[in-house]
Ligand binder design. Sequence first.
Ligand code: HEM
Length: 209
Amino acid sequence: MKRIYLHALPVRVWHWINAASFFVLIATGVQIRYRDAIHLMSFKSAVDIHNIFGFALIANFLLWAVYYMVSGKLKVYLPDPNLKNFIQGSIRQARYYAYGIFVGEPNPHHASPDSKFNPMQQIAYFNIMLLLLPIQILTGLMLWDIKLFSGMIAAVGGLKIVDAGHLLLSIFFTAFLFVHVYLATLGHTWSEHINAMFTGYEDEPERAH
Ligand code: HEM
């Protein structure tokens, strides 16, 4: 086994606070939207808890952003600027997930501190962290205080647009969670990637290099 240090402490702390916040936000968000059909808690409690965890997620997002800016490691998120390489790498990775993994082929991507993510992870995580999560945060803030953010709400087309955006993104994130957790179990053991997100270290069989 070869031990590779993949995830620095701030990333691990960010990741698990973020994951816990997501679960609470999804549960309370469902309660807020389907207040007449679902009775997990009172409407008021759902709104209060949603707001608290929403702000926790924002503060935590700033931890992620500051860490990646200060450490200069944000490049692990940037897809290969050479489009041909990026497309070929993505096809190779998708072929592995759809076929190679089932016939015992090795994963074409070997994670290292400077290249943590395969091309599919890069494009997904890049869009999630630098586009979709910021939009989810901004629409959430606008819905939290529609008076305070009335100018911004008008600028993006009104409350219905903001609300629809927040809802559609929450459906996307819920779907992402299923795919993400499935893919997280595809190390050489089911828990390899998940343990690495706790300890920082990934154990990879020597023969894979
Ligand atoms: C129980 C829930 C979750 C589990 C088990 C899980 C597992 C993992 C694992 C094992 C990794 C390591 C790299 C990889 O395999 O891709 C990872 C990375 C990542 N996860 Fe999750 N995750 C969960 C929830 C979430 C949620 C809700 C998000 C929402 C945005 C998320 C976003 C990310 C991102 C952006 C990375 C890359 C972090 C970095 O190294 O900079 N995860 N996750």
